[in-house]
Design a protein around this ligand. Structure first.
Ligand code: NAD
Length: 293
């Protein structure tokens, strides 16, 4: 069994980006600029945004944060996004999800300029992804593809089971694995909350991507020998032994599943770190497209 080390792979992606940013600085060029919009004070969202900003700094990117109150009027959020859309210095925009209930999330995502949509959630970019055209790939599935590529994991002709059909993880993951690319070329089964006999699909899978948000859901009896297991889940579980009062759990019962796998991602230290590296890569790609590089 081999651990797919998100720390190591994300660092190599970031090192490569930093080299390119250093080369820009040496030529007195502008550096890539990622703007984040955070509405409210949700603890997990605060942590994610802080981590994205820290990673921008480490890689030499410029970042900015637009903070809005939980009860912000939708029109004010729209105005903030339009400002970023029109700001020539901003290369990538991300709106941290989820948004408060009174805000129409779809409307907000559709408003982000597709060429600055580094989360890859705009319908125009989703359409390109579906067609296998170059686009911004949502960061979590993109990060997983970079991980599979780094470890040269054979995917062609393999049966991949993706658990979860969200627009940000499961569905784009299932599309990417099915494309005629490397990694890719899998036969994909997309499972979700209404799937019957999910265990049987998993037992037949060469590759399992668990993205449902239920701690420890994937157990050893659901996994065949030598499967590749990718754990996307991040759930905060109360833990009195931790200073924060919680620990982070994945969707895989790691201790019992790992011995059966050929490769497995840990939580933390796996997909989460790759997600941020992929977001930075998308931002750099937005910068390059804008500057004709
Ligand atoms: P979501 O709640 O939007 O979607 C969950 C999906 O799981 C749904 O499609 C649902 O049909 C499916 N599902 C729920 N219960 C199921 C069951 N019992 N059997 C089969 N399918 C079931 O969640 P999401 O945004 O896709 O996130 C999923 C998990 O991944 C969460 O834990 C989230 O925190 C985590 N996540 C991690 C990263 C990362 O960077 N590692 C990024 C995004 C999300």
């Amino acid at each position: 069994m081999k651990i797919l080390d998100g720390k190591l792979v994300s660092q190599s992606v970031k090192d490569e980006l930093k080299k390119q940013v250093d080369a820009l600085i040496a030529r007195n060029k502008k550096v890539p600029h990622l703007a984040a919009v955070l509405v409210g004070t949700n603890g997990a969202s605060e942590t994610y945004v802080a981590s994205k900003i820290k990673n921008c700094a480490e890689t030499g990117f410029k970042s900015s944060l637009v903070r809005l109150n939980e009860d912000v009027a939708e029109s004010d959020l729209i105005e903030a996004i339009e400002k970023l859309n029109n700001d020539e210095d901003v290369d990538g925009i991300l709106v941290q999800l989820p948004l408060p209930k009174h805000i129409n999330e779809e409307k907000i995502i559709n408003l982000i300029r597709p060429d600055k949509d580094v989360d890859g959630f705009h319908p125009q970019n989703t359409g390109k992804l579906l067609l296998g055209q170059p686009t911004f790939i949502p960061a979590t599935p993109y990060g997983i593809m970079l991980m599979l590529e780094h470890y040269a994991i054979e995917t062609a002709g393999k049966h991949a089971v993706v658990i979860g059909r969200s627009n940000i993880v499961g569905r784009p993951m299932s599309i990417l694995l099915s494309l005629n690319t490397n990694p890719g070329n899998c036969t994909v089964t997309l499972c979700h909350s209404r799937t019957k006999n999910l265990d049987n699909f998993c037992r037949e899978a060469d590759i399992i991507v668990a993205a449902l948000g239920k701690p420890g859901f994937l157990t050893a009896d659901m996994v065949k020998e030598n499967a590749v297991v990718i754990d996307v889940g991040i759930t905060r579980v109360p833990d009195a032994t931790k200073k924060s009062g919680f620990s982070i759990k994945g969707d895989v019962d790691f201790n019992n599943v790992a011995p059966k796998c050929s490769y497995i991602t840990p939580v933390p230290g796996g997909v989460g770190l790759m997600t941020i590296a992929a977001l930075l890569k998308n931002t750099f790609n937005a910068y390059k497209a804008k500057h004709g590089m």
